[in-house]
Design a protein around this ligand. Structure first.
Ligand code: 2BA
Length: 94
């Protein structure tokens, strides 16, 4: 089992969540804030079997794009999604 933690820019989050649900991927949305820009984003928790890992990443990649924003006169490239993948020892649903 894998735990995927994905920080998604807010403008993409509804499409990403919808596409995941349509593919029977369970997801939890947490409101989050980027430490650098201090603007809102959404962090997804996705617990899934390893065989679905590539599918999840493909769905997120399809819906999210890098964008450029201006911070104090400097251009910053903000990733549409930053994805962390963790090996999960155990999953218990009660
Ligand atoms: P923020 O922390 O608001 O960062 C927004 C964008 O600002 C980053 O895009 C990056 O291009 C730039 N940036 C961040 N820290 C910087 C620094 N110290 N100096 C110069 N530029 C900096 P992304 O890297 O695509 O990150 C988008 C969002 O994903 C981040 O929002 C943060 O919420 C999350 N994130 C990215 N990397 C992370 C990490 N290693 N651990 C935890 N969260 C991360």
């Amino acid at each position: 089992m894998k735990l995927i933690i994905a920080v998604i820019q807010d403008e993409f989050i509804n499409k990403v969540t919808r596409a995941l649900m349509e593919n029977d991927i369970r997801v939890t949305r947490l409101s989050s804030t980027g430490g650098f820009l201090k603007s809102g984003n959404t962090t997804l928790f996705i617990g899934t079997h390893e065989i679905h890992l590539d599918k999840v990443i493909d769905i997120i990649r399809k819906e999210c794009k890098t964008k450029r924003v201006n911070k104090l006169g400097e251009e910053v490239r903000v990733g549409g999604a930053n994805i962390f993948i963790i090996n999960m020892d155990k999953y218990v649903r009660i």
